[in-house]
Write a protein that binds this ligand. Structure first.
Ligand code: AHR
Length: 508
């Protein structure tokens, strides 16, 4: 028997909507042909951005979008992306050696801000800390955030069509500084961070400054970075609001062809996110016991070998997403909800035509992947109070190489907004439905009035331009009243339950 116990008086904290954030990089088909089609395009657009994509992003309440990279950020000069389009240079982007694409700079600062405003999301700028100087980050901040006509750069912004400041709050200092962002040691990066952040913050004390954290759960990076930071700084002079880790679930197999063991292997990798969050936060707590620095996962998702997407490999790092990827998304978001006291923001990589996409687009075509449906089903958790969900689950045993491994069959997160509970349940079993007893620990009566299930007749299924609705959520009629419920969660599926409480639930 599988059992989910939702303990209503045990409230973990408020789920920061930014946990449901996104990421767009100048890479492959993410920006051009992904979000951007150009103002002259026959494809319906607003200020050059795909209207249909904007509408769909608004529907899932996209809270924050990271830009312009990724690695691309580390060779980006923001000045190339401002001013009349005719005068913008064509440049070699970071990924040139992989994809041969030149950067037109048609989408720059003003355009990206337009995109965020159209979607209703906050911009998160990843600033170059490898191939530029602290002064240039400061200049970009001045250009974006200074009041109308206050400085020469603010005047330049007005001349370029935007008198009002953009008020960009989130600024990342470098990307993957342990890797292509300079191959730095934690000590080297710490020295760079101090220089860049003090320069940035001296221009705008309200900005939220994000330092580059580890590759996955690299505890050495975190320890050495914070040791160094503590050693040599007067805390008031090193503002650090966020600390970002990246974690991808890589496959050596194929995005579309996988057997049952490979299905579980990837879901197990998704589950490691929990270990990483708990261990990284515990280590950060030893330096930052009041949790004034937010742990951010600003790149996450599945990374399959290329070529399964509609461009057949033409767009670098484009891949298809099956039900397997949808379960990875759901497992990850459940972990974020359950650890919302530790995670301040997260950005799935990437929004469109790249890695764990929510959309695939080319010319007239735009479809949503199963991942999009997961974000849609989970949106009720945003800004909710996460509740402790204790899951008693059967284990699934599978083989990875020569080893036997296990994962839990059922996982869950739950949250409360007013008197409404949002519960998201995953059955990771490849082929077996699961009977689940759902118990709500609070006096009073509850009514389940909405059930949505994302599943497919075959876990390999995905959406394509030809068959855009192969995988889509189904609303199932339900009206159950009580405190204990028996629910059947289909094999390889994600389920949303919306439950009303008949009594007021205090937020503690
Ligand atoms: O998301 C693709 C790439 O993955 C990003 O540019 C980089 O930060 C990461 O290695």
């Amino acid at each position: 028997m599988n059992r989910i116990n939702i303990i209503l008086p045990e409230q973990i904290g408020k789920i920061n909507p930014n946990i449901y954030g996104h990421f767009v990089e100048h890479l492959g088909g993410v920006i051009y042909d992904g979000i951007w089609v150009g103002e002259q395009s026959s494809i319906p657009n607003i200020k050059g951005f795909r209207k249909a994509l904007i509408d769909l992003l608004k529907k899932i309440n996209a809270p924050v979008i990271r830009w312009p990279g990724g690695c691309f950020a580390e060779a980006y000069n923001w000045r190339d992306g401002i001013g009349p389009k005719s005068g913008r240079p064509k440049t070699v982007g970071w990924w040139f050696n992989n994809e041969g694409r030149l950067e037109s700079n048609e989408v720059g600062t003003h355009e990206f801000i337009d995109f965020c405003r159209l979607v209703g999301a906050e911009p998160y700028f990843a600033a170059n800390a490898t191939t530029t100087t602290p002064l240039e980050i400061r200049n970009w901040i001045e250009y974006c955030n200074f009041p109308e006509n206050s400085t020469s750069l603010a005047k330049l912004r007005t001349e370029n069509g935007s008198p009002q400041p953009f008020k960009v709050k989130y600024w990342g200092i470098g990307n993957e500084s342990w890797g292509y962002g300079g191959f730095m040691t934690p000590e080297d990066y710490c020295a760079a961070y101090r220089k860049y952040s003090i320069t940035a913050v001296s221009a705008d004390k309200n900005l939220y400054s994000i330092a580059c954290g580890p590759n996955g759960n690299d505890l050495q990076w975190t320890r050495r970075f914070f040791d160094r930071l503590r050693d040599v700084t007067i805390p008031e002079f090193t503002k650090i609001n966020g600390y970002s880790a990246h974690y991808y679930c890589g496959t050596t197999g194929d995005a579309l062809k996988f057997d049952e063991n490979q299905w579980y292997e990837l879901l197990l990798k998704a589950g490691y996110m929990e270990e990483m969050i708990v261990q990284q936060r515990a280590l950060m707590d030893s330096y930052d016991p009041k949790r004034e620095i937010g742990l951010i996962i600003d790149e996450w998702g599945c990374w399959h070998p290329e070529g399964s997407g509609p461009s057949k490999g033409a767009y670098f790092l484009e891949q298809q997403s099956t039900m397997r990827d949808a379960l990875v998304a759901a497992i990850t978001l459940n972990i974020f909800n359950n650890h919302c006291d530790k995670v301040a923001m997260a950005n799935v990589a990437q929004l469109v035509n790249n890695l764990h996409s929510l959309f695939l687009a080319a010319g007239e075509n735009l479809i949503v992947t199963p991942n999009y449906h997961v974000f849609d089903m989970f949106k009720g958790h945003q800004a909710g109070i996460a509740l402790r969900s204790i899951v008693e689950t059967d284990k699934i045993t599978f083989t990875q190489g020569m080893e036997e491994k296990q994962i839990g069959k059922i996982s869950c997160s739950s949250s409360l907004k007013g008197n409404k509970l949002t519960v998201t349940i995953i059955n990771s079993h490849y082929s077996e439905d699961s009977e689940v007893e759902l118990r709500l620990f609070e006096n009073g009566l509850f009514r389940i009035n909405k059930q949505v299930v994302l599943k497919a007749p075959d876990p390999h299924m995905f959406n394509s331009f030809e068959e855009p609705e192969n995988v889509k959520p189904l609303n199932i009629a339900i009206d159950l009243t009580g405190r204990d419920f028996n629910i059947t969660v289909p094999a390889a599926s994600v389920m949303l339950l919306e439950i009303d409480s008949m009594v007021d639930i205090p937020v503690l």
